[in-house]
Design a binder for this molecule. Sequence first.
Ligand SMILES: [Zn+2]
Length: 286
Amino acid sequence: MPELPEVETIARRLREILIKKTITSVTIVKEKSFQGDPQKIVGLPILDVSRRAKLIKFHLPNGLHLLAHLKMTGQFIFVAADGSRLGGGHPTDDWISQLPSKHTRVIFELQDSEGKAHHLFFNDQRIFGWIKVVTDQEVEAEFRKYGPDIHTLDASLKYFTQKISKTNRKIKQVIMDNSIVSGVGNIYACDGLNTACIHPARRASSLTPEEVKKLLHALKQVIVLGIKLGGATIDHYRTVDGFAGKYQDHVRVYGREGEQCKNCGGTIKKMQLGGRGTYYCQNCQI
Ligand SMILES: [Zn+2]
């Protein structure tokens, strides 16, 4: 599942290549993947591309936007007029094989200022992802469902402390709750807790003010590193240029069961917590 750093990386890549290109056609292969009237956006230029939580927003004129969520298996692949590719999302054969594929759900044709035609493919194996045509107000309503992005100033120590101290839920589940803070997926939750030396199953309300501060700092740090490295690509597509990220080479505990903790040399263990594989060091995470 693409996490915030992966989604941020895709948004940044798309921003570089889509700005000022005009949408000339929208082909909806799977009805479920596209909500709204595609005719409303045909003929409009893409003004900007941004990200909030794990939502990608394509800014259009007239107060309209395209909002996209990749969910479990979504991916965007831009194929330029010259055949070159750029994109990201769930890593599959579609990164490198012929498009459209059997997983292609929506195809955008885009024209640049020289009249050349390019294509943007939205592929999604499991069809949980979506693209919606929305207004300014609808974007705001969608964004209100999410807490502040963890690496931004809005996720302040005061805000984080208030949220953490109020609940007896396990700390890992609290930091992964998008209504509290956005952007902390499984990989980064495990790594942030290890950096802060906090056991994932601790009750949130039991954290001391010092631990809360350390945890917030650690989460910001791992997410910023994740974004810097283009996210994580944990599979055999890890070298596909213009798609894969490098965070997997820098993970602290995620996927490293039986290996040594980078803090203390202790052995990394794996347990199930809230149905998710959770990695931690039994020696230094208390
Ligand atoms: Zn350790």
